[in-house]
Design a protein. Structure first.
Length: 426
């Protein structure tokens, strides 16, 4: 039975509708028809021309399908939204409102719910101002969601609620900063996974951590940050590293949405290394565009840490195509300051190479060589070293010699622990 299936139409000024279609499908809509009017700039009143509006209105009257939503492949001005809803007689979403609706559907944790609500309120403010203007002109418009507030009261409510949400998010941010400081002082490194939605970030997270986070073939299935420890198969390569999966990038997000998600994006900003996951199976022009957008977003966030570009999904392209892609990206200059590691999460290929690249780029690493007595307590200490450091060499003779590499922040703690069991530093 598909009687409850939501149906929509898309209205666009060009034929680049793949992304907007994916966004609509993520929200559960089936696209019944697409209307394209080629023009370089939107019409000041209708976004599209009045003739195209009449064509769409006639379609909505004549079609046997009940169309629930008209989706604009772009951003509407409040006045355009008001006129289109009135003319078409159905709900109208622009691209930003569609993204916010997806965010609302996928938000689960308190922080994500607050961030989405803040973004929605910021989005609604100019629309409510438009409604106030029209109400004063005697048009008596309703609210976007059919609320009971008078529009001027609703506008004041938006300001009050936004202020309260910002205060709540600041408390969450401060608490996360305390947790971050505690982890850092304990020698933990922080690695953030970033990239476009559906590039394979969450799947890579599962593979590196040995745990399961939600993986869906939908846009923005990851909205909250998820943090796990890296669980390397090579115990000698083990380091206390926290891996964080973050919300996926998408092009041309308004500044107010990025601002609303500041506390989440801060995890990327403060990471020791950022792994930028890219779908390497896409057309090379698409890969370049997404890389450019992602790197620009990382710079805008304030990332100063090394960036590793993980070209994922190489299992579905041949070696010649991969080499051609890498040469193309090198020629564009987009990857010149970054390390590129081709991987396949699905077939678990080159994952250890990715880990080694991460280890090589970690900051504040120091080497220590311990000389330990041949006693049981030394074995317990060595077990701690495997948990907190990268063990480079270990030899047994009249003494146990252990060479490790670790975060400089825990160097003195390890030396003190070695002295407690009559060990020394060479």
């Amino acid at each position: 039975m598909t009687t409850n299936q939501k149906k929509a139409i898309i209205i666009s000024l060009d034929e680049t509708i793949t992304e907007i279609t994916q966004l609509a499908e993520t929200l559960g809509y089936t696209i019944e028809k697409t209307f394209i009017q080629h023009r370089t700039t939107p019409d000041v009143n209708y976004y599209i021309g009045s003739g195209k509006v009449d064509e769409i209105t006639d379609y909505l009257k004549d079609t046997q399908d009940k169309i629930d939503l008209a989706i604009i492949n772009g951003e509407l001005k409040p006045s355009q939204w008001f006129i289109l809803e009135k003319k078409l007689g159905i709900n109208v979403y622009d691209r930003v409102r569609l993204i916010l609706a997806i965010f609302e559907e996928h938000a689960e944790r308190r922080e994500a719910l607050l961030q989405v609500k803040l973004a929605q309120l910021q989005y609604e403010r100019p629309y409510v101002r438009e409604l106030i203007h029209r109400a004063k002109a005697g048009e008596h418009p309703g609210l976007m969601a059919g609320g009971e507030y008078q529009v001027d009261d609703y506008y004041e409510m938006i300001k009050r609620q936004s202020k309260k949400i910002r205060e709540d998010l600041q408390k969450i941010r401060e608490n996360r900063e305390l947790q971050r400081q505690t982890r850092s002082q304990s020698g933990f490194y922080s690695i953030s996974l970033a990239g476009y939605t559906n590039a394979g970030k969450s799947s890579l997270m599962n593979l590196l951590s040995g745990e399961q986070v939600k993986v869906e073939e939908k846009l923005f299935s990851t909205l909250s940050t998820t943090t796990r420890t890296i669980n390397s198969k090579n115990k000698q390569q083990h380091l206390p590293i926290l891996l964080t999966d973050t919300v996926g990038f998408i092009e041309n997000l308004p500044a107010f949405i990025i601002d609303a998600f500041h506390s989440t994006l801060e995890e990327i900003e403060l990471a020791d290394v950022v792994v930028l996951v890219v779908d390497g199976s896409e057309a090379r022009e698409t890969v370049e565009k997404k890389l450019r957008v992602s790197i620009n977003e990382l710079r805008n966030i304030g990332v100063g840490a090394p960036i590793i570009i993980a070209l994922n999904k190489i299992d579905i392209i041949d070696k010649t195509t991969l080499n051609s892609l890498q040469e193309y990206l090198e020629d564009t200059g987009i990857i010149e300051d970054h390390t590129v590691v081709p991987i396949s999460v699905k077939e678990q290929k080159y994952i250890e190479e990715l880990l080694q690249t991460i280890y090589d780029l970690l900051p504040h690493m120091v080497k220590i060589t311990f000389q330990l007595p041949l006693e049981e307590q030394s074995q317990r200490f060595i077990s701690q070293l495997y948990d907190k450091t990268k063990v480079l060499h270990i030899t047994y003779g009249t003494h146990i010699i252990v060479e490790v590499e670790c975060n400089e922040k825990i160097k003195e703690k390890l030396i003190a622990a070695a002295h407690d069991i009559n060990g020394t530093v060479l």
